[in-house]
Design a protein around this ligand. Structure first.
Ligand SMILES: Nc1ncnc2c1ncn2[C@@H]1O[C@H](COP(=O)(O)OP(=O)(O)OP(=O)(O)O)[C@@H](O)[C@H]1O
Ligand SMILES: [Mg+2]
Length: 454
């Protein structure tokens, strides 16, 4: 049985190699006039559509004119639906009414990290780990009130993009953190100042686990961004394509891009990425539908490579086990116990296998990375169990885990299928002609099975 190697050796990267790569890039022709327009972090000077959501956000914020602002607005919807773009755009156009700071919390792993990040984005000094979260919250309050004093405004909008990062900290207390922000808002209100936190995430705040004391203070100020339709995506990318490319992009190509980016849910970011990568791959020639297909493949492969290479050795073996089970059974779903069995066979002999419990935890992590999906199935009197399925073909993921290992798996599968085929042939032939070919074919199958160890 071939195992997943515990390390791989890359060829040396010399100065000469770097020079050669530079020459190769310089020789490439470019179709872009300004590639920034295809960068997903680029804030467009105009936003297409989303008027309803813009109006809702503005209504929440502008209620400051009536003397009361909701403390927390939850902006939610699927990825690439324009949430970050629209909120940023709205904030930029509120400068006469409010001060604001936009913080993306995805970079933080803990509640303390999130609080520190907010403070540093507000211009405060990052406290050391032992400082305690209350000190950080005090720092945030000081920065916000100073900013309002200086600008002579009474409203501060604090945008916390991807704030769900706080819920991935199992040891910190996300509920406590939200509670502290709400208390801060109340203290400011007593001094005639207002704070409105706009939290952006894929799910509404009410869907996360929060204490009742927090829920009751939050109210339910939600703004939902429904996924874009194919036509919406087409509108967005057509506008960007005109600015980003030096050449005209055929309507058919843009439509294909919009279709691919809307098969699950309309995702403008995916469509822009497809166009950018296709532009990089077309070598200065006209972008075609085939370029978009290749771009789609490259993006998927790159995403998987990043997930796999940043995974621990044991997670990689688990991913390998799921790939291998899918290949050998021809069935996409595989149970936790089947994965565990294959994991034990696939792990390198110089590594100590993890416990079953730890493997169950790692499978949850792999699912969170987006590589696999799970379902719960009933096993009758044995209760319920989980099954896992790869979101992409095992042929794509297997070689990324280890090319050599995957080739050995494919080879084994081909041989096993050949033996199975032969066994079936023998059965059919011996039925039709019991005296002639039975002995000969049995000998053939026997020899093959001995050779390939089945
Ligand atoms: N209505 C729009 N008009 C112009 N560009 C848009 C619009 N909606 C989205 N985009 C562009 O699509 C890309 C993705 O949008 P954005 O980052 O706002 O999505 P998101 O909803 O915040 O996604 P995620 O949940 O993954 O963070 C950005 O490059 C943005 O400029
Ligand atoms: Mg976003």
């Amino acid at each position: 049985m071939s195992t997943v190697p515990s390390s791989s050796h890359d060829a040396e990267l010399t100065q000469e190699k770097i020079r050669a790569i530079r020459r190769k890039i310089e020789r490439r022709n470019s179709v872009f006039s300004d590639k920034r327009f295809l960068d997903s972090l680029f804030l467009p000077s105009s936003v297409i559509g989303r008027e309803k959501q813009t109006e809702s956000i503005l209504e929440f914020v502008m209620s400051v004119r009536d003397g009361l602002v909701v403390p927390f607005v939850s902006v939610y919807g699927r990825s690439g639906s324009g949430k970050s773009t629209v909120v940023k755009f709205v904030c930029q156009n509120l400068s006469d009414l409010a001060e604001y700071t936009f913080v993306n919390l995805r970079k933080s792993r803990t509640v303390f990290g999130c609080a520190s990040l907010i403070l540093s984005e507000l211009g405060g000094e990052t406290p050391h780990q032992g400082a305690g979260i209350n000190r950080v919250i005090e720092g945030i309050e000081k920065k916000i009130t100073t900013a309002l004093d200086l600008s002579k405004k009474n409203l501060f909008v604090l945008v916390l993009d991807e704030y769900d990062a706080i819920f991935s900290d199992s040891r910190g207390k996300p509920s406590d953190f939200v509670y502290k922000l709400l208390t801060l808002e109340e203290e400011m209100r007593e001094r005639g100042l207002f704070l409105c936190v706009i939290g952006i995430s894929n799910n509404a705040l009410s869907q996360y686990e929060l204490d009742d004391r927090v829920k009751s203070r939050m109210g339910s100020s939600e703004v939902f961004f429904e996924p874009y339709s194919k036509d919406d995506v087409l509108g967005i990318i057509s506008d960007r394509a005109k600015k980003a490319f030096a050449v005209k992009i055929e309507k058919e190509v843009l439509e294909y891009c919009a279709t691919l980016s809307s098969d699950d849910h309309g995702d403008a970011r995916r469509a822009l990425d497809l166009l950018r990568v296709a532009g990089e791959m077309c070598d200065g020639k006209k972008i075609t539908v085939q370029n978009i297909d290749s771009a789609q493949q490259k993006i998927t492969k790159d995403r998987i490579s990043i997930i796999v290479s940043s995974s621990s050795y044991h997670s990689r073996v688990l991913i390998a086990a799921i790939c291998s089970n899918a290949l050998s059974s021809g069935h996409p779903w595989t149970s936790t116990s089947e994965i565990h069995k294959k994991y034990l066979k696939t792990i390198s002999s110089d590594k100590k296998p993890l416990s079953y419990r730890r493997i169950v935890d790692l499978l949850v992590e792999i699912e969170n990375s987006g590589l696999v999906e799970s379902r719960t199935i009933s096993r009758g009197r044995y209760g319920y169990g989980n099954e896992y399925k790869l979101r992409t073909s095992p042929d794509l993921i297997g070689p990324i885990v280890s090319e050599e290992w995957w080739n050995s798996q494919v080879d084994l599968k081909v041989r096993r299928d050949a033996v199975e085929d032969l066994k079936k042939q023998i059965e059919t032939r011996s039925k039709n002609n019991p005296f002639r070919s039975v002995y000969k074919n049995m000998m053939k199958a026997d020899a093959l099975m001995k050779k390939y160890g089945k």
